[in-house]
Design a protein around this ligand. Structure first.
Ligand SMILES: Cc1ncc(COP(=O)(O)O)c(C=O)c1O
Length: 370
């Protein structure tokens, strides 16, 4: 009854767990900052509503926001994009969907670095492509040192995500540089998902688009840096021919992101960035509390250098069903590692985008089970 394309895509493992959790459970499953959106950003949206920005906008997004994105990319990422090389999307997720459906044909190979965020494989499958995992391990800090070995003539796209969801790894600049240079040599594209770019504690962020602009689609958004998950605002920067093709997908599906939300995006990028730094510092504090708590209950795993997740090997605790047991027996909801690639069934992802009280209570509840 349903199309093969949709039948082959599973619903997100993260959502499944979230939907199973009862009210008493502490939710360390979702990747959502618990902060409110900074007030100057909310006020910009209210102002836009009052000024009548309630109509259709250009499908690419309003020029003011595309200009602000170009300035940001130039200033912070070394990417020299024109507004015609930027598309504003309803969330980074839709930018990824548009880019993958634009580039990937039936049978094309797409390299994902495991553990990889669930949506990448879903988009690749939807487009008819084949996901090829380059799996990283805690021993190597979840850094992909050998992507080159997986490239074949069928490789169309490599998806990079640094800082990484779920491992929190920040890839060293030389690793990013090597992959970007490979894209030039072999003629594949790189989708660089930089949504956690502002949440780095150790290490340096390098944008692949600053090295291989002709081969890179840089994706970013407002959800994580500005606590704007519900607003649905993201963007992609890429060579114009790719943006033009993505625009076809966007204009025939969602048209464009919500008009007044785009004005909030202008304020987020042009206004004070103190809120971003304040949230980053608070995430760092929470990370340290969680890591200390995990160490105290005998759990060893790499210290994440970015994002707000810890990816924990759970072999000793019995592997695959640990997430379900934690939920049922300890009332702590985490995400099963299998959501991030088949190789990770003996892992769980813990999100520390929650208050320190909740984190400490969760550690207490998990003691003994892990
Ligand atoms: C790695 C990664 N990319 C993209 C997104 C999607 O962000 P948005 O809310 O902008 O669609 C998420 C959200 O969890 C994510 O973890």
């Amino acid at each position: 009854m349903h199309s093969d394309r949709v039948r082959d895509v599973d619903i997100s493992g993260i959502r499944k767990m979230f939907e199973c959790a009862g009210e008493d459970a502490i939710n360390l499953g979702l990747g959502e900052p618990d902060f409110d959106t900074p007030s100057h950003i909310k006020e910009a949206a209210i102002r836009a509503l009052n000024e009548g920005h309630t109509h259709y906008t250009p499908s690419m997004g309003i020029p003011e926001l595309r200009e602000a994105i170009c300035e940001k990319l130039r200033r912070e990422n070394g990417i020299d994009a024109e507004p015609s090389e930027v598309i504003v999307t309803p969330g980074a997720k839709h930018a990824i969907f548009e880019a993958v459906t634009t580039l990937v044909d039936e049978g094309d190979e797409v390299i994902l670095i495991g553990p990889a965020w669930v949506t990448y494989e879903a988009c690749v499958r939807y487009a008819g492509g084949k996901a090829v995992y380059v799996n990283t391990s805690p021993e190597e800090g979840y850094i992909p040192y050998d992507v080159g070995e997986y490239i074949t003539p069928k490789t169309k796209l490599v998806i990079l995500n640094s800082p990484c969801n779920p491992s929190g790894a920040v890839y060293p600049p030389e690793v990013i540089r090597e992959i970007a240079e490979l894209s030039i040599d072999h003629g594949f594209f790189v989708l660089s998902d930089e949504i956690y770019e502002k949440i780095i504690y150790e290490g340096e962020h390098l944008s692949a688009g600053s090295i291989a602009p002709e081969r890179t689609i840089t994706v970013n958004g407002f959800s994580k840096s500005y606590a704007m998950t519900g607003w649905r605002l993201g963007y992609a920067a890429a060579p114009q021919h790719i943006i033009k093709a993505m625009l076809k997908v966007q204009s025939h599906s969602v048209s464009h992101p919500t008009s007044f939300v785009q004005w909030a995006g202008v304020e987020a990028l042009k206004g004070s960035q103190q809120c971003v730094e304040d949230m980053r510092k608070e995430f760092e504090r929470r990370r340290d509390i969680l890591m200390e708590g995990l160490r105290d209950i005998g759990i060893e795993c790499p210290i994440p250098d970015g994002a707000f997740y810890v990816f924990v090997p759970t072999e000793r605790a019995g592997g695959d069903d640990v997430a379900m047991r934690l939920l049922q027996e300890a009332l702590v909801s985490v995400t099963p590692g299998s959501a991030f690639g088949k190789a990770y069934k003996n892992y769980i992802r813990i999100s520390y985008a929650v208050s320190t009280d909740k984190l400490m209570e969760a550690i207490k509840r998990m003691e003994g089970m892990l």
